[in-house]
Design a protein around this ligand. Structure first.
Ligand code: NAP
Ligand code: HSE
Length: 428
C-alpha cells in the first residue's frame, strides 16, 4: 500500500469532530478505497481542554492553525474553522505556500477570496476542494464540475439554506408567524451565531456564487448576487401563495443571459407540486439544468455533522486517489469576469395588497398595472371583517422594473392601505 495521506485538521466543532470520527471509525474502508491509509497528524482549535466526544490523544496539538498548515507531516490542511478572513484564510494561504492541498467547508472565505486562493493554489500546483461548502452532504460541486462538464449550463437553482426552509415550511404547517418560528429555530440551535447569515440570505448567497463560478466559468462574484432575506415573509403570504397553488422558498437562481450573469437569492414562489415546492424542513435541493442533460434534481441534508463531514471526506478521498482538478473546474487564470446582469429575466409576479373595499378601488389598481405594462393573469379578493379587502394578483410574465413602477404608483393611490407585497414566481 502507498504512503498515507496525512491530514491536519483546523477546527474541531460540529464538522471537524465529524471528520475525526470518520477517519477513526472507517480507517480500513478508507484505506481500501483510496489504496492508501488516510491518517491525522495534528489538530487545532481555540480551546485545547474541551471534551469533544472523540479521542484526540494520538494527534499532535497546535494552538496556531497556521503552524498546523505548515507542518512537514501534514499533506492536506482540512480547514473547518469558518469565517471569511482571519485564521481560516491565513491557514489556507500558509498551506498553499507550504505546498499542501486544502479541503474546506468554508463558503464565506471562498465567496470573498475564492479567485485569489484558487490562483495561488493552481500556481503552486495544489488543489482546493470545497464540496462541504455548498449544500452540505449533497455532492453538487462534484456533479457540476465533473459529471456535467460536457454541458453548457442553462440555469442553476437551489434551496441551499436549511434554516430558512425550516422556518418557511414550519410557518406553513403550524400556521405560526415568522417571529415565533424564528425564536423556535434559535432555541433548536438551527441559526448561525449571526442569524442574518441565514435569514438575510447571505449564507445561501455565498453558496450560489460558488456554483455560478463553476457553472459559467466565471470568477466568483458574491458582491453581484442580488440578495433578499425571508424576514418580510408573513404567514398571510404563505397562506395566500398556497391558495394560489404555490410555496414560498428562499431560492437561489444563477443563469447566464444576453444581459450578463444573473445571480439572485430571494424569496420566490414555486409551484406547490414541483420538487422544490415539496421540499420540507431543513433539507436542501439543487436543480441543475444543462443543454444536454436537461434537468437534474439533487436533494439531501444541507448541514449537520454527518452530512457535512461526509462531503469533506469525499474531497479528502479524491486527493488520496490522486484526482486533481482546478478549484472551480476551469483553470483559475482562465475564469472570466462576468458582467452582472442589471435586470432580472422577466417572470410572473405575485402581488398582495390591502384595498379599500369601495367602488372603483380595484379599477384604479388595474389601471396602474396596465399603465406600467403589467398584464393580470389571475386575481382573488378575500372576505374580510374590516374596511380593507386582501387582494391577490398573479401577473403574466413581466419585468421587475415594470412591477416596481406599478407598485410605486399603487402606493400613491388613496385606495391602497400600506405597502403592497411583490414576489417573483420562478418557473421551475
Ligand atoms: P463550529 O462548530 O463553530 O466549530 C468551529 C471550530 O473552529 C471550533 O472547534 C473552534 O474552536 C475552531 N476555531 C474557531 N476559531 C478558531 C481560531 N481562531 N483558531 C483555531 N480554531 C478556531 O463550526 P462548524 O459548524 O463545525 O463549521 C465549520 C465550517 O464548516 C464553517 O466554515 C461552516 O460554515 C462550514 N459548514 C458547517 C456546516 C454545519 O452543518 N455545521 C455545514 C456546512 C458548512 P473551539 O471548539 O475551541 O471553540
Ligand atoms: N446555516 C446553514 C443552513 C448551514 O441553515 O443551511 C451551514 O451551511
Amino acid at each position: 500500500m502507498s504512503d498515507p495521506l496525512r491530514l491536519g485538521i483546523a477546527g474541531l466543532g460540529t464538522v471537524g469532530t465529524g471528520v475525526v470520527r470518520i477517519v477513526r471509525q472507517k480507517a480500513n474502508l478508507l484505506a481500501e478505497r483510496a489504496g492508501r491509509p488516510v491518517t491525522i497528524s495534528a489538530v487545532s482549535a481555540r480551546t485545547r481542554d474541551k471534551d469533544r466526544g472523540v479521542s484526540l490523544a494520538t494527534y499532535d496539538w497546535e494552538d496556531d492553525p497556521v503552524a498546523l498548515a505548515r507542518r512537514d507531516d501534514v499533506d492536506v490542511l482540512v480547514e473547518l474553522m469558518g469565517g471569511s478572513d482571519g485564521p481560516a484564510k491565513a491557514a489556507t494561504e500558509a498551506a498553499i505556500a507550504a505546498g499542501k492541498d486544502v479541503v474546506t467547508a468554508n463558503k464565506a472565505m471562498l465567496a470573498h477570496h475564492g479567485q485569489a486562493l484558487a490562483e495561488a493554489a493552481e500556481a503552486a500546483g495544489r488543489v482546493i476542494r470545497f464540496e462541504a461548502a455548498v449544500a452540505g452532504g449533497i455532492p453538487v460541486v462534484k456533479a457540476l464540475t465533473e459529471g456535467l462538464a460536457g454541458n453548457e449550463m442553462t440555469r442553476v437553482m437551489g434551496v441551499m439554506n436549511g434554516t430558512c426552509n425550516y422556518i418557511l415550511t414550519r410557518m406553513q404547517s403550524a400556521g405560526l408567524p415568522y417571529e415565533t418560528v424564528f425564536e423556535e429555530a434559535q432555541q433548536l440551535g438551527y441559526l448561525e451565531a449571526d442569524p442574518q447569515l441565514d435569514v438575510g440570505g447571505i449564507d445561501a448567497g455565498h453558496k450560489l456564487a460558488l456554483l455560478a463560478a463553476i457553472a459559467y466559468g466565471t470568477r466568483v462574484d458574491f458582491e453581484a448576487v442580488e440578495l433578499e432575506g425571508i424576514e418580510r415573509i408573513t404567514i398571510e403570504d404563505i397562506r395566500h401563495a398556497a391558495d394560489m397553488g404555490f410555496r414560498i422558498k428562499l431560492l437561489g437562481v444563477a443563469q447566464m443571459t444576453g444581459r450578463g450573469l444573473e445571480q439572485r437569492m430571494s424569496p420566490c414562489l414555486v409551484p406547490a407540486e414541483s420538487p422544490l415546492g415539496q421540499l420540507e424542513g431543513g433539507t436542501n435541493m439543487v436543480v441543475l439544468e444543462g443543454d444536454q442533460v436537461e434537468q437534474i434534481v439533487l436533494r439531501g441534508p444541507g448541514a449537520g455533522e454527518g452530512p457535512t463531514a461526509s462531503a469533506v471526506m469525499g474531497d479528502v478521498m479524491d486527493i488520496a486517489r490522486g484526482a486533481r482538478l482546478p478549484t472551480f473546474g476551469t483553470p483559475a487564470a482562465a475564469l472570466a469576469a462576468a458582467a452582472p446582469a442589471r435586470t432580472a429575466t422577466p417572470a410572473p409576479y405575485y402581488l398582495r395588497m390591502a384595498l379599500d373595499d369601495k367602488p372603483g378601488a380595484l379599477a384604479k389598481v388595474a389601471a396602474e398595472l396596465g399603465e406600467a405594462g403589467v398584464s393580470i393573469d389571475r386575481m382573488r379578493q378575500y372576505r374580510h371583517d374590516d374596511s380593507t379587502a386582501p387582494v391577490l394578483i398573479v401577473t403574466h410574465k413581466t419585468t421587475r422594473g415594470a412591477i416596481e413602477s406599478a407598485l410605486a404608483a399603487m402606493e400613491r393611490l388613496d385606495v391602497v392601505a400600506g405597502t403592497p407585497v411583490a414576489l417573483r414566481i420562478e418557473q421551475v
